[in-house]
Design a binder for this molecule. Structure first.
Ligand code: NAD
Ligand code: UDP
Ligand code: UDP
Length: 314
């Protein structure tokens, strides 16, 4: 059955893939974005579809539209971008959540929040399970993002309890793929862009720290399954890939796959760089029958192809 679906942050990395998937399933999609980190180019392929509508709008201001479902993704996601204007970052998470929840309440729409593994902060529990409350600094330079997302979760659960609003909260872990921002400082985009430009790959620390990378298509599949799951399943629910890889292994893999002559250059490890981050996805496996399927090699291949094309045209 076709639905009218609002995607905030729909011109961003995850949002643009989500818009495509929702359109392909026959829905009407309204993409709302202020283009802070997203671009119209990300949704260029959707523009020919009469079921797609693109609106420039900042979610910190009220929005009056009629929809059946809302995916709330608007928020810069990488430290470089969210620390650029930290007050606006908190406003986007908090005022943005209030406005989208107010909208959902008025039109009786189900609403999904794109939360983050950063709500666990510098975790004392590995891997992170959903009922771990986290270890977050409220006054540091990452707090505008971490605490903004935590407050948004609070608002979602209060609208749920107080107004019986149907909500879904997904805690997303490191995700990569085509349409990542080339200058967002994330490890996958940095290494791929450096390798393609023949520049040294900047490896922070000794590279033994590990991360778990989820390919965007798997992640989007998880978001849609969560939205379509029975109302009792509100989350919070972790979505990510539990397969760990060391950052050094990742660098070596990207060097091999791009056939680059770039060397790996060691740089100091940033302060508070977590040794390890890994989602516990037992709940998503059980409740959504969901697990990531796309191997790192396959996902990197598509990501490298995307950046190769992007660098050629720019
Ligand atoms: P992104 O920066 O590519 O997308 C965010 C989009 O939101 C951009 O298009 C941006 O222009 C838009 N936006 C920002 N502020 C806005 C505002 N005030 N009003 C309207 N639009 C606004 O990032 P992404 O990686 O696609 O992340 C999407 C969501 O998923 C974010 O909420 C992010 O916190 C969450 N998330 C992403 C990851 C990841 O690994 N990519 C991990 C955890 C959580
Ligand atoms: N809001 C919105 N679109 C709507 C309905 C509400 O943007 O369709 C905003 C509205 O501006 C308000 C916020 O959502 O500031 C919260 O709405 P709610 O009804 O929960 O609270 P109230 O209006 O009572 O403050
Ligand atoms: N990293 C790196 N080189 C880079 C960018 C990042 O070695 O050019 C490392 C970083 O220190 C961290 C890991 O890669 O250990 C993942 O960093 P990212 O910022 O992508 O994600 P997060 O730390 O939030 O998981």
């Amino acid at each position: 059955m076709s639905k009218r679906i609002l995607v905030t942050g729909g011109a961003g990395f995850l949002g643009s893939h989500l818009c495509e998937r929702l359109l392909a399933a026959g829905n009407d999609v309204l993409c709302v974005d202020n283009y802070f980190t997203g671009t119209k180019r990300n949704v260029a392929a959707c523009l020919d579809n009469p079921r797609f509508e693109l609106m420039r709008h900042d979610v910190t201001f009220p929005l009056y539209v009629e929809v059946d479902e809302i995916y709330n993704l608007a928020c810069p996601a990488s430290p470089i971008h969210y620390q650029h204007d930290p007050v606006q970052t908190t406003k986007t998470s908090v005022h943005g959540a209030i406005n989208m929840l107010g909208l959902a309440k008025r039109v009786k729409a189900q609403i999904l929040q794109a939360s983050t593994s950063e709500v666990y902060g510098d975790p004392e529990v590995h891997p992170q399970v959903e009922d771990y409350w986290g270890n977050v600094n409220p006054i540091g330079i990452r707090s505008c993002y971490d605490e903004g997302k935590r407050c948004a979760e609070t608002l979602f659960f209060d609208y749920h309890r107080q107004h019986r609003l149907p909500i879904k909260v997904a805690r997303i872990f490191n995700t990569y793929g085509p349409r990542m921002h080339p200058n967002d400082g994330r490890v996958v985009s940095n290494f791929v862009v450096q390798a393609l430009k023949g520049e040294p790959l900047t490896l922070f620390g000794d590279g033994t720290q590990t991360r778990s990378f989820c390919y965007v298509d798997d992640l989007v599949d998880g978001l849609i399954r969560l939205m379509d799951a029975p109302a009792e399943l509100t989350g919070p629910l972790n979505l990510g890939n539990p397969n760990e890889v060391s950052v050094r292994e990742l660098a070596e893999k990207i060097v091999r796959m791009t056939n680059t002559r770039s060397r790996i250059e060691f740089r100091p490890l940033p302060v508070d760089d977590p040794r390890q981050r890994q989602p516990d996805i037992a709940l998503a496996r059980k409740a959504l029958d969901w697990a990531p399927h796309i191997e790192l090699d396959e996902g990197l291949k598509a990501t490298i192809a995307y950046f190769r094309e992007l660098l050629e045209i720019s």
